[in-house]
Design a protein around this ligand. Structure first.
Ligand code: LLP
Length: 417
C-alpha cells in the first residue's frame, strides 16, 4: 500500500505530481510520501497492540532527519548502529529512552556518546564489547543497560548478504554460549542486564523463520529466568519484507497472530526494529532518461541516476519496479532493455533485461520501492553529487535534503603542499 498513483495521466505522490517536483528541483531525487510512512508505522504498531511494546525504527533504512522527525512525532523510537545514527535520532527529537543500539563494531567513542545520551539499551554482540562497555561505563560512573544479541541459527530464507541469524554470520552470540555470557554480564559492576536481542535478517517473506527464532529465543529466556537472570525487554529485531515484484510477505497482523500469543506469556516489553517495512514502499527515486541507444545485442536507457544513487540492483541483484511518470509512456510498444546509469562500471544498472515500454530522451522514470536502503546506501562515486530528498505531505512537498553542490564534494579536502 502506498500513495504513488496516476492522476490526470501523471504519477502523483499524494497530491503532488512528480513532474512538477522534477521541473522545480531537477533530477534525480528521492520522493517520500508522509501518508504512506505514517500508515505503515500505524499498521505495524496497531498489529502488536496486545503486548506492551516499543517500535524502534531501523534508522539505517532511511536516516533523513525530516522523515525521522515524522516517525518520532508518531511515537517511534530508533534502532541505531552507529554514533552518526545516534546523532540523527537525537536531532530528530527521539527520546533517548526509546533508542536501542546494536552493531558488532561499536567504538569506545561511540559507546561514550551513547552512555552520555542515556540510551535505553546496548545490544551487545561479543564478550570483548561487553568488557569495553563495562570499562567506559565505569569511567563515566554510569550503568549501561544491556541486552545480549543472540544468534539463534535460523535461516531467514533471504539474500545471503542480508541474512544475519545464521551460525556462519558475524552477528550476535551463539545461543548455546549465551547463558555463560549472561552470567558474565550480570557480574560486571557497570552493566545492568535488562534485555535480550535478536535480528535474523532482512526482506523476510515468510512467517516461519520468525516463529522458529522467537520460539528458540523464548526457550532461552526461560533458561535465563531459571538461572535467576530477569530481563525486561525482548527485542526481536526487524526484517519483515515488502513486495518489490511478486512477493507476498506476511502483513504485520499475520506475524502478530503467530507470535503475540507466545510473547504474551513473558511479562516483558517487546521491542521491534522494522526498517524496510515502514519506509520501503513510501519512497521512489525519480530519474530522467538522458539518452537511449541500441547495440547489436540490446537496448539501453541511460538515465541520470546510477548505482551511486541506488545500489540495491547491483549489490543484491534486487528487483526495483520501474514506472513512467507520464502514464501515456506505458502505452508505447515494449522491449527488453537495461536501464543504466552514467557510472563507468558495467555493474551500474537499475534494471537488467527488463521488459519496458519505449522511453524517449527526457522522459521521467519512477524507480519504485526505493524508500529503504536507497539514499542511505548512496555514495559520491564518480564524484557524483548525492540526490535531493523530498517529503510530500498532502498537496505540499518539502525538500528535506538539498542536492549536494560541487563544493560539498570537496568539503574537508586540501592540497598537501
Ligand atoms: N535491526 C537490525 C539489528 C538490523 O541489522 C536491521 C537491518 C534491521 C533491524 C532492520 O531490518 P529491516 O526491517 O529493514 O529488514 N541493505 C539491505 C538491507 C540490510 C539490512 C541490514 N540490517 C537491502 O537493501 O536489502
Amino acid at each position: 500500500m502506498h500513495h504513488f498513483n496516476y492522476q490526470h495521466g501523471k504519477m502523483f505522490c499524494e497530491n503532488v505530481p512528480l513532474d512538477k517536483i522534477a521541473a522545480e528541483i531537477g533530477t534525480p531525487f528521492y520522493c517520500y510520501s508522509n501518508e504512506t510512512l505514517m500508515r505503515h508505522y500505524k499498521v505495524f504498531d496497531d498489529a502488536f497492540a496486545d503486548v506492551d511494546h516499543l517500535v524502534c525504527f531501523a534508522v539505517k533504512a532511511n536516516s533523513n532527519l525530516g522523515l525521522l522527525r515524522e516517525l518520532v512525532k508518531a511515537g517511534a523510537g530508533c534502532d541505531i548502529v552507529s554514533g552518526g545514527e545516534l546523532f540523527r535520532a537525537l536531532k530528530a527529537g527521539c527520546d533517548p529512552k526509546k533508542i536501542v543500539y546494536a552493531g558488532v563494531g561499536k567504538t569506545e567513542e561511540e559507546i561514550e556518546y551513547a552512555l552520555n545520551s542515556n540510551v535505553l539499551m546496548f545490544n551487545v554482540e561479543s564478550t570483548q564489547e561487553l568488557f569495553a562497555l563495562d570499562t567506559v561505563a565505569g569511567r563515566l560512573r554510569k550503568k549501561a543497560g544491556v541486552a545480549l544479541r543472540v544468534n539463534p541459527d535460523v535461516d531467514p530464507m533471504t539474500h545471503p548478504y542480508i541474512s544475519t541469524g545464521l551460525k556462519k554470520n558475524k552477528f550476535g552470540i551463539a545461543i548455546e554460549k549465551a547463558l555463560e555470557e549472561y552470567k558474565l554480564a550480570a557480574g560486571l559492576k557497570n552493566i545492568e542486564v535488562i534485555g535480550i536481542h535478536q535480528h535474523i535478517g532482512s526482506q523476510i517473506t515468510q512467517v516461519t523463520p520468525f516463529v522458529d527464532a522467537v520460539e528458540k529465543l523464548l526457550a532461552f529466556v526461560d533458561q535465563l529466568n531459571e538461572a535467576g537472570i530477569k530481563i525486561k525487554y525482548i527485542d526481536i529485531g526487524g526484517g519483515l519484507g515488502i513486495p518489490y515484484k511478486d512477493e507476498s510477505p506476511p502483513a504485520p497482523v499475520e506475524l502478530a497472530k503467530e507470535i503475540v500469543p507466545m510473547l504474551k506469556k513473558h511479562n516483558c516489553t517487546i521491542v521491534f526494529e522494522p526498517g524496510r517495512l515502514i519506509v520501503g514502499n513510501a519512497g521512489v527515486l525519480v530519474t530522467k532518461v538522458l539518452y537511449t541507444k541500441r547495440t547489436e545485442a540490446k537496448g539501453f536507457y541511460i538515465v541520470d541516476a546510477g548505482m551511486n544513487d541506488l545500489v540495491r540492483p547491483t549489490l543484491y541483484q534486487a528487483h526495483q519496479a520501474i514506472q513512467p511518470v507520464l502514464e501515456e509512456v506505458s502505452k508505447r510498444s515494449k522491449s527488453e532493455v537495461d536501464v543504466v546509469g552514467p557510472i563507468c562500471e558495467t555493474g551500474d544498472f537499475l534494471a537488467k533485461d527488463r521488459i519496458l515500454p519505449e522511453f524517449k530522451k527526457g522522459d521521467l522514470m519512477a524507480v519504485m520501492s526505493a524508500g529503504a536502503y536507497g539514499f542511505t546506501m548512496s555514495s559520491n562515486y564518480n564524484s557524483r553529487r548525492r540526490a535531493a530528498e523530498v517529503l510530500v505531505k498532502g498537496d505540499r512537498y518539502h525538500v528535506v535534503r538539498d542536492r549536494e553542490t560541487w563544493d560539498d564534494l570537496v568539503r574537508g579536502e586540501r592540497f598537501a603542499e
